[in-house]
Write a protein that binds this ligand. Structure first.
Ligand code: ADP
Ligand code: ASP
Ligand code: MG
Length: 405
């Protein structure tokens, strides 16, 4: 008998028919002689509508109350799935994150899991139940409801798999695996059979939202091997696991596109020591994460400093930098959301030179201008115009020979 953790995302539980489909799958897994723990997301669109609703009553909804609100999305799904299973004659019980023993810190809307005590989960499993747990949520030691950041049900599933020492962890979604690029943008992208934690982490962090980046980080830390697969068919999916030597033979594992980026530019900055420190301290104090930074020296002794942020932080960045601009005697600060980040990822890059050259040549060959560049050992990212993003992604995907047959 194996202990299997299955996570079903929003689309997979998006309507009553789909919830019944998931119930059939869970029942079949149970009937094959396994113990099953199921982690579910809110039905698709529910979290977004709850956020919208909150904004209609408060321009900047208080985060503690936001978590109380958002947690209802997943709570609806656990009850419906447990009912659907019982309707099929199965033994099943639902648990909220707190009831499942998921304890987090108090950072509302992006809490971190501190520990999991899955006592009730084991009791229910031992009495023959499928245990249906609400993803994306936990509670603080003081009993406040928290959520784990967008896409956080992935993290719940992987953390629970680690806590109950599951034999198998399956992430069911609306695609049958991790592809060499988002199949919605690049229809001839190819399914990847095996990918290392580091590559999956980079792809997720660089815009491939098939997995939440934090969940992959957690999986790597606790060595949770997991499979990404579809809830709509029985195709084998993608195994995400520790790096093997063979994996380095592939130069580029995949291409990621992130369209939710903005570029902030401070123009006419006097070229003196200490200015960059002032700018970035202001940004850090406002809890804004920055990504790529570029500084250009102009002929007349002033510089332009540009950096990228998530597009939801663009207006805030400009606001907090206005006083700094005055203070340091710069000309102006502006922001544009008309940019995208395009990245290639692969651990094979460490041992195969020439990846950057090929990427830049391909972009040049397609008349796509590169605004900024950033690299690490296993990825190269460029900032380009938003309007060029999909064309550029297709060209790079082709140039590295990633397309399927
Ligand atoms: P869920 O609701 O199941 O968590 P998500 O919408 O969060 O599902 O993630 C699945 C989506 O991720 C797919 O529909 C696909 O468009 C997108 N995606 C982005 N990059 C990739 C990739 N490299 N491989 C597969 N899917 C990807
Ligand atoms: N419902 C949450 C979201 O939409 C968590 C998840 O689906 O993983 O972000
Ligand atoms: Mg998701």
């Amino acid at each position: 008998m194996a202990l299997i953790v299955q996570k079903y995302g929003g689309t997979s539980v998006g309507n009553p028919e789909r919830i019944k489909n998931v119930a059939q799958r869970v029942l079949a897994t149970q009937q094959a002689g396994n113990q099953v723990v199921v982690v579910v997301s809110a039905m698709s669109g529910v979290t977004d509508s709850l956020i919208k609703l909150a904004k209609e009553v408060h321009a900047e909804p208080p985060e503690r109350e936001m978590d109380v609100l958002l947690a209802t999305g997943e709570q609806t799904t656990i009850a419906l799935l447990a009912m659907a299973l019982q309707g099929l004659g199965a033994k099943a019980a639902s648990l909220t994150g707190a009831q499942a023993g998921i304890v987090t810190d108090g950072l509302h809307t992006k809490a971190k899991i501190a520990n999991i005590t899955p006592k009730r989960v084991h009791e229910l499993l031992d009495s023959g139940h499928a245990v249906i747990i609400a993803g994306f949520q936990g509670e603080t030691p003081e009993g406040h409801i928290t959520t784990l950041g967008r896409g956080g049900s992935d993290l719940s599933a992987i953390a629970i798999a680690a806590a109950v020492k599951a034999d198998v962890c399956q992430i069911y979604t609306d695609v049958d695996g991790v592809y060499t690029a988002d199949p919605r943008i690049i229809p001839d992208a190819k399914k990847i059979l095996e990918i290392s934690y580091d590559e999956m982490l980079e792809m997720a962090a660089l815009g491939s939202k098939v997995m939440q980046a934090r969940s992959v980080e957690f999986a790597k830390k606790f060595n949770v091997v997991f499979e990404v697969r579809s809830s709509f068919n029985n195709n084998p999916g993608t195994i995400v696991k520790a790096e093997t030597q063979k994996m380095e033979d592939v130069v580029i594992r995949g291409v990621a596109v992130d369209k939710k980026q903005a570029k902030v530019t401070i123009a006419g900055v006097p070229d003196k020591p200490g200015i960059a420190a002032k700018v970035f301290k202001t940004i850090a104090d406002a809890h804004i994460n920055i990504d790529v930074i570029v500084q250009n020296v102009s002929a007349n002794g002033t510089t332009d400093i540009s950096f990228t942020v998530g597009d939801t932080d663009a207006a805030k960045s400009v606001k907090v930098l206005q006083p700094v601009v005055k203070d340091i005697g710069a000309r102006e600060v502006t922001a544009t959301g008309e940019i995208a980040k395009l990245s290639v990822v692969g651990i094979g890059m460490r041992s195969h030179p020439g990846v950057a050259a090929k990427m830049f040549e391909t972009l040049a060959g397609n008349s796509i201008n590169i605004g900024m560049i950033s690299t690490s050992e296993i990825k190269i990212s460029v900032i380009i115009a938003l309007a060029d993003a999909e064309k550029a992604a297709r060209a790079i995907h082709d140039a590295f020979g990633l397309a399927g047959k």
